[in-house]
Design a binder for this molecule. Structure first.
Ligand SMILES: O=C(O)CNC(=O)c1n[nH]c2ccccc2c1=O
Ligand SMILES: [Fe+2]
Length: 214
């Protein structure tokens, strides 16, 4: 995570200023077309391959309507990677580009005092009506400051496929409805300022999440 990476990316400070302003004003920032179409497709292919190899494990098991354990429907499925494995090269590239913008915002606002991050969590909602109930990512000051999610879902339409992310910014009577669109990057403060939920998804829904620590 170096400033050299930022300059190599040729990131104009205007992008970093844009991110900082949105994070300060709304606590949420959406960047569309974050990578090139080709890079996005490579990441999607890597994730599908990993998923089809059965490398994802149950993120949360939810009780089916029957209530009994036999009725458990599969919830979201997840896999952790630091992007250095041979079959995660494009995911590794995504992580370093996420690092470049989050670290690039260092010093632009007191809230961006970032000292590290988690590995990347690859998540798949298998499209059987799986949802993620309203929650706060970091309700207990566990150090996570920023949630950074990259979506990979081509031609997604929440009217048909569900899977909308709805954020309820604390103290505001507005909500943010975010479609999990291909090549879209989302950042938001991980703490109580941003309770959020994922509506039931009726098509396979992929995302890559990294949490940044202060
Ligand atoms: O995919 C989204 O749009 C938002 N996603 C979330 O808020 C979210 N938050 N916390 C998690 C913890 C473990 C496994 C999956 C998750 C998860 O999808
Ligand atoms: Fe979350």
């Amino acid at each position: 995570i170096s400033t050299v990476a930022v300059s190599q990316l040729g990131l104009k400070t205007s992008l970093l200023d844009y991110i900082t302003k949105w994070m300060q004003t709304y606590g949420i920032c959406v960047l569309d077309r974050f990578l090139s179409e080709d890079e996005g497709l490579k990441i999607l292919e890597e994730i599908k391959t990993l998923y089809n190899k059965g490398k994802f494990k149950a993120g949360q098991l939810v009780k089916g309507r029957g209530g009994g354990s036999s009725k458990e429907i599969r919830g979201d499925l997840i896999m952790w990677t630091d992007g250095t494995e041979p079959d995660c090269v494009s995911i590794g590239n995504l992580i370093s580009k996420m690092d470049s913008i989050v670290m690039g915002c260092q010093g632009k606002s007191s809230e961006f005092t970032i000292s590290g991050r988690t590995k990347a969590m690859l998540a798949c909602y298998p499209g059987n009506g799986t949802q993620y109930v309203k929650h706060v990512d970091n309700p207990s000051c566990d150090g996570r400051r920023i949630t950074c999610i990259y979506y990979l879902n081509k031609n997604w339409d929440s009217q048909i496929n569900g899977g909308l992310l709805r954020i309820y910014p604390e103290g505001q009577d507005i909500v943010a409805n975010i479609e999990p669109l291909f090549n879209r990057l989302l950042l938001f403060w991980s703490d109580r300022r941003n309770p959020h939920e994922v509506f039931p998804a009726y098509a396979t829904r992929y995302a890559v999440t990294v949490w940044y620590f202060d």
